[in-house]
Write a protein that binds this ligand. Sequence first.
Ligand code: NOJ
Ligand code: CA
Length: 565
Amino acid sequence: MLLRCWRILSLLALLSCPVLTACAQTAAVDAEGHQWWQHAVFYEIYPRSFADSNNDGIGDLNGITSKMQYLHDLGVDAIWITPCYPSPQVDFGYDVSNYADIDPMYGTLGDFDRMVAEGKKHGVRIIMDFVPNHTSDQHAWFLDSKSSRTSAHRDWYIWRDGKGPGQPPNNWISLFGGSAWKLDPATSQYYYHFFYAAQPDLNWRNPKVETAMLDTMRWWYRRGVAGFRLDAVDTLFEDPALHDDPVLPGKNKQGDPITENKYNTNLPEVHTELQKMRKVADESGAVLIGETWTANIAQLDKYYGDDSKELQMPMDFMFTTVNKLSPAEFRRQIGMVDSAKGWPVFVISNHDIVRSYNRYGDGKHNDAIAKLMAMFFLTLRGTPIMYYGEEIGMENNDPKRKEDVKDPIGITGWPAEIGRDGERTPMQWTAAANAGFSEKAPWLPIPPSFASHNVESELKEPDSVLSVYKTVLALRHTNSALLEGSYTALNEDDPNVLSYLRSYKGKAVLVALNMSDTPRTVKFDLAKQGFVTFTLSPLVGTAEIGNNGAVSLAPFGAVIASVNH
Ligand code: NOJ
Ligand code: CA
């Protein structure tokens, strides 16, 4: 599960569619049976932080619309916008108080429709973030639910009597700290919340909840949404008998007992429900991306479902569990997902995880490493989901004082848990005041590095992180070996240079990435891949190419080369 693993991480360290026959939202497939989302590049936008059109210090939908040309030029085919529905913003939108509207801070439904239309003009599809597990405690359903034990919506949430006076129904612990049960004094019962108390869990065993939620998804599809990213799907169902979770030794950062979430996550009913959501998505040719923290292929395969009837794009997040460049670990992970039942998805950063620039950076060569990471995860067999700002080498800007923290996890957990503000700072557009994000001081401070790491400056620099992203993305959209090709690991014992071949119908692209701070020369033998003799021509990056497949790379140097007979 995303947040749990994100927490472990912080504990540890801190359309263009050239080969498609059509770009329609319906299931157009190419010669290899690939659908649009298999060749698309997705880009996650945290709407508070992308672009502020009305200068109130908070990003908004009109801001996103104003940047469609930028997204198109970058090579993005679909944007996933984290929740922008009406919300008290306790968890910055992941506490939804109305699923069928836009929060006034982000705009209106009219603005949303204009964003969809502008996206269409630029070949950029819109993916909304759907939060099925819980609502806000201010949602009309919950307000009615808590109003009396006999209210119409009482059973839309999970209410239980305590075990005894002052004792919650069982030992389940909230991911965000403390018991997962909160007593409501008015009706003398407890309600269940896997996340904050302000995020009560919906009762998906109630058919009315299911119908309301599936109908909401249909409503957004009709409005032009091309798919959903589904939040925290493994938490949808709980054991109705409320068995206690097994308790493991020790305490977590919040001082709570560590429990194995055996009875409140990953229940088999999750998959039955995902199949129903998929049927609804298929009515519109939409794609479902899942926040599915999976640790191995067996877990990942379950989310594709039998006969691929569940999620098209479960996110395994494996790369985000790696905090330094490690060819061996990356090779192991790619090998695993390459043999999965479904299409791989690659993510190196998101709004819950320290930015890739900091996680992989060594503090001295961070720009070179950011370029190398682009040449890596954008050339794999699978769909990449970028995180806004990654393309300009944006860094984490973590709060230094408790009073500056905005993320409630950081407020309650400080100093052991500093929260997620650092990876959610405003997009750096220019070197002008507030990085060109807003005329007003933004809701989170921008790191000083915006002076050099911003869109305007980097567009002018042929060797900037942004220019490398653009070049790789352009290649990815046109090169058949990258679009359609198989993945073959090369030089598998090399501890420093990660290399692989992508090949399709006699065409091949070789990628070699020096993940060390020392120059390295590697030699490739591609006879097994059908290239007894060959030459290499660099497409992106620099390397000295010698005879007989010898490639010399600078420290953290990387090359994407075509292989010629
Ligand atoms: C996962 C989201 O990515 C995270 O930001 C949020 O806090 C939790 N789910 C709860 O919705
Ligand atoms: Ca605004």
